[in-house]
Write a protein that binds this ligand. Sequence first.
Ligand code: G3H
Ligand code: 13P
Ligand code: ZN
Length: 333
Amino acid sequence: MVSYKEIGLVNTKEMFAKAVKGGYAVPAFNFNNMEQLQAIVQAAAEQKSPVILQVSKGARNYANATLLRYMAEGAVEYAKELGWEHPQICLHLDHGDSFELCKSCVDMGFSSVMIDGSALPYDENVALTKKVVEYAHQFDVTVEAELGVLAGVEDEVCAAESHYTRPEEVIDFTSKTGCDSLAISIGTSHGAYKFTPEQCTRDPKTGRLVPPPLAFDILHEIEEKLPGFPIVLHGSSSVPQEYVDIINEHGGKLPDAVGIPEEQLREASKSAVCKINIDSDSRLAMTAAVRRVFDEKPGEFDPRKYLGPARDEMKKLYEHKIVEVLGSNGKAL
Ligand code: G3H
Ligand code: 13P
Ligand code: ZN
């Protein structure tokens, strides 16, 4: 059993309380490898932004659970080395799908876990979430839960109301489970194809797809029912079109990739939304940088020569999110 406190990590309690009051959101960036982690820590340390390092089940399988846990421990020390005296770094399990996985993360030094029972019938989601909360809270580990199903582009009725979180359930769910934050569904979704072209309009000037707006009315209804309660948005990548263009110009194929416009995330950050999940944008930044080097310098075979530019591009992206979208810079001095 490793306590996250010994490693210098923090849970989300204070982070979220400050974010809700301050009208900003804490970035939750997924990581699977060293370059991503370096870029996240560099950006957060430079901007003095609280940050959530997210590890999915897939990331744990890819990189090895033990190694990832030590990488997060290293991240705290690295942040200090970069001059961030009191790093506010949380290590969080993203989309935990079982009690056993959540327990394993709590036992290995995570300071926060998500139990995603959103696909289960309501009562089963309540029971599973409650079980995880009871275990995690013994160790002061915070728990994120989810209500409502994030639509996928494969879903015919992507924006159908039936997938959105039902505001009438949130009080019952949070009080029965004791969860610390709640991920909701208001029209975001995972990946780089958040909407089909049919669900969008086209900007006549640029020819770019313009996605339908998020369901802010549902967000506000939830805020009214749970005043001050931390709300989480998954699937919040914006799919920057400059990365999509670079990828497509250098041998990639991402036709009509589209994300959530930044203005909407800016607006959400000012509300009870205090955690915004971003993974795909970092994947796009990395892929764009690597593809460009491969295309322009076909003789290059030193991984540092393409992973280095990828790391720099990701750092730029993370800083942009922190400063220009979420407003979390300077909030962890
Ligand atoms: O929400 C999912 C995250 O983007 C993690 O994705 O399961 O491919 O690591 P992954
Ligand atoms: P994106 O695919 O929009 O980056 O969402 C990531 C996410 O929600 C991780 O849990
Ligand atoms: Zn997610």
